[in-house]
Design a protein around this ligand. Sequence first.
Ligand SMILES: Nc1ncnc2c1ncn2[C@@H]1O[C@H](COP(=O)(O)OP(=O)(O)OP(=O)(O)O)[C@@H](O)[C@H]1O
Ligand SMILES: [Mg+2]
Length: 333
Amino acid sequence: MEKVSISHDKSSPIVVGLDIGTTKICAIVGRRSKDNTVEILGIGKAESAGVTRGVVSNIDKTVQGITQAIEIAASQSNVEIRVVNVGIAGQHIKSLQHRGLITRRDLNREINRKDIEKLIEDMYNLVMPPGEEIIHVLPQEFTVDNEPGIKDPIGMAGVRLEANFHIISGQVTAVKNIVKCVTKANLESHDLILEPLASSEAVLTDEEKEAGVVLVDVGGGTTDLAIFHEGIIRHTAVIPFGGNSVTEDIREGCSVMRNIAEMLKTRFGSALAEENKDNEIVCVPGLRGRESKEISVKNLAYVIQARMEEIIEHVYYEIKTSGYEKKMIGGIV
Ligand SMILES: Nc1ncnc2c1ncn2[C@@H]1O[C@H](COP(=O)(O)OP(=O)(O)OP(=O)(O)O)[C@@H](O)[C@H]1O
Ligand SMILES: [Mg+2]
């Protein structure tokens, strides 16, 4: 089979996604078809050793992981990968609401895409605190001449065009490091996407977003959250705890090595301690010939439950502060 080469052309049907996670780096190659679905051509995974809580902390190790994942995805799909879309996460991500306004002069023509682009551009000029930059400007709803609640104002007539925006910002250094890793892996980053948004695109239906839904992705280093209502993004957050925090707790709580803690969690762990029998015991090998250790499955569950409750409390806090607590008909996904 001949290798497909991706050009820098945005209309290229081949798209590549790159997820630089705390525990693993994933690359995925897809071909976009006319009906806007994506056919998966190949997936590559590699261990991630240079990422802490969703943020690149070691560039070389991260580049290594990216290169590996991309190589696997490239050979599986027979696509020469040059350009990627990269996800971004981490506790440094902040989201805020802002309102923009333009007064239109040319009243003979209807509101068009240019007007909206102008509004969005204005948002990018917002002054950010030092060290922070805007990653996304997402229009939520528009007001045309005092008529609020308009989702798509294109084609309407009006003088005053206002919009509410959901603005996502992140630390300049964190963003720069991701781009640096991608460049060092001989790739070009086409787009930077906030991870909770990318996950929402992937798993939520339009119906759920319309009804009101919370997306929660418990990862290794972070728990990502996105809230939608009436089809509009309302809130996003990245909570700096995830599965790795659970593993760390088990490591400390049960005095075992990290790999044993991870095994205990995935094979014997549960988050509801009361559902475990009192007398169930797992035997884990001791360090270098030392005596093996007995771990109570119920105690293990208590450790996991405590951390999971903490994570869920954070999630609940975010839902509450978003103001959409009572409007989530679609529940939590
Ligand atoms: N069967 C399982 N039971 C419990 N936890 C699991 C299981 N399988 C995987 N995990 C945990 O899920 C976490 C990895 O999740 P994921 O692959 O989504 O993270 P990531 O994308 O690498 O990290 P992040 O998104 O936080 O940067 C690890 O902490 C791992 O221990
Ligand atoms: Mg992840």
